[in-house]
Design a protein around this ligand. Sequence first.
Ligand SMILES: [Cu+2]
Length: 122
Amino acid sequence: MRLFVGAGLAAAFLWAGAAPALSHSFLVEASPSSKDHVATPPKTVKLRFGGGVEPPYSNLTIQGADGKILAEGAVGKPETPRELTLDAPTLAPGRYVVKYRVLSTDGHIVEGNYEFTVDAPQ
Ligand SMILES: [Cu+2]
């Protein structure tokens, strides 16, 4: 798997040099989304990308404010080829970071992160 991802990354650099305007599978929607404050802890984090993604070569993590990884993985379904999900453990009120490193079907690696907050009960 490491080798495959490495080859994909090398190909991505070559391709980027030849055609920099190609669109990648950028994150277009997330639930919870960036800077969201949610009253109910999400059971699942769902990310939707602009193009197809390869779940076996993609990874999402949910980290607590202290950096501890609380969940890791990436689940995709054939009927939603642009989406990845990750089930969350029970999240106490606090700040969380979602990180993603995703192989898109065009061979490019897309990565990034964002924060959301689970609010304390009123
Ligand atoms: Cu791309």
